[in-house]
Unconditional design. Sequence first.
Length: 187
Amino acid sequence: MITAIREVRRAKGMTLDDVARACVPPTTAQTIGRLETGTRTVSVGWLNRIADALGVRAADLVRLPDQPNIPVAAVLDPEGAYAPRRTATVAPPVATPEHIAVTVIASIGDYRAGDEIWCARLAPDQFTRALNRDVLVPRPAGRFLFGRMIGHDGARLHLLPIGPGTRQQVVTDPPWIATAVRLVRSL
């Protein structure tokens, strides 16, 4: 099996040791290195442990022959664009069952008309993971609130809607929220 463990780990900015410590139970950086280079066979169990440590799905770590990966031609930083030091690819985004989308029809805040904001649903026991993130919150009668979650105390969420001159909103006991996880923007 060909894996993309190294590419995903580097894209997340994690070292071998970071991934090893994030595994449950923890392992060694040497073991992770052997698994990502193929000198040790990656079992389904290891694939799941590493995926959890990286915060991705196990399927994101497997390269299939027909999976279209995009070669990285250049990297960009404040110094400009230059060739990557190592060969790298990126996988196109893949939706999962927990994803829902928000489409932007008029520019507001950091979002432009035509943007797609992919959001991942969170259950109430996971709401604290969304602090300081943009979230979609369901409201009664088919309405929604979209804004930055700036506080969470018990059953109440404090949101700052995006856009100029907006006031903090408080929402009590939403059944779920969805955190913005990916911005898809056409140029």
